[in-house]
Design a protein around this ligand. Sequence first.
Ligand code: HEC
Length: 305
Amino acid sequence: MSEKKMRKCDNYAFTLLASSYPYLLIVLVGIGAYYAFNMGKIYQNSLPARLFDSSYIVKDYPIAEPKVVKAVDEAMLKNPTPQLIALGKEKFNTLCAACHGADGKGDGAAGAAMNPKPRNFHSNEGWTNGPDFLNMWKTLQEGIPSKGMAAYGVLPAEERVAMIQYIRTTFMQNAEKLTDADIKKLDDQYQITKGNSQPGTIPVSGAIARITKENDENAKKLASAISALEKNVKNDEGANLFYHSVVDYKTALSFLVENQSWKDGKDAFVKMVNKNIDVNGFKYKLLTMDDNDLEKMFSWLKALL
Ligand code: HEC
């Protein structure tokens, strides 16, 4: 290349850069404005969710044959060993602390928006069922659905005993040891040391597969319900409420398709969902839902399924 030609080339590059500069500036300002405009949204997204999202504790049922549950050892009830308390602590921290707080003060992050608040185990006042062992067992067995306390009757008896013993020995003021009379009462009502039979379970995912294979009608119903939900979630209030009450709408819908007894009414619906809320795709939030909203959601589901 001659020197003259090279200079011309340099000039050309310079002119190109200089003339594109205003455009570059416009693009940069544009990006800046977009960012500033969306600051609100970006900030909003970083706020923690206000309500408890139980998605992280949802797990499927293991396959289980119907069986007689191993009896709880009387010693476990009377004189809990350090190992039992340690098991109780581990289970409490994974299953209960989100609401009840790691120190049992009822101040877990997930319970912040609940009313009534999750129980503070350090306080003796205002228990719904009661602070004695029998009533704590009842609470775990049946839950207190109307107040947002779920049932944990599907857990092995030993784990339930372990959690109760952990709570009693670690958080509760002067919780009394169980007497023979207490144990007899527990046995009369719950066969706690005698063992009892437990129905078999199959995983929800397995149930979905089974529906798909064996029951064409239910499979069709489920498929059309899923697509109706996806279509209407933005413009139908009932659909929208449902969508926000579930961790996984496919699991929740298949659960509802398989068990039709919830159609008897709102209360039957809440009762059934609450029974195994850990695995049926619903969120705990459902249990504290406003009655009007519940009605809207229930009507929508009933018409859909
Ligand atoms: C979704 C939040 C949540 C989770 C998870 C939870 N609880 Fe609760 N629990 C509550 C609420 C809310 C109450 C208060 C109910 C009331 O005042 O009637 C409660 C109350 C209780 C009570 C007292 C009942 C009474 O007689 O007043 C016990 C005992 C209890 N929970 C044990 C547990 C154990 C053990 C676990 C873990 C296996 C657990 N809870 C998990 C929300 C929760």
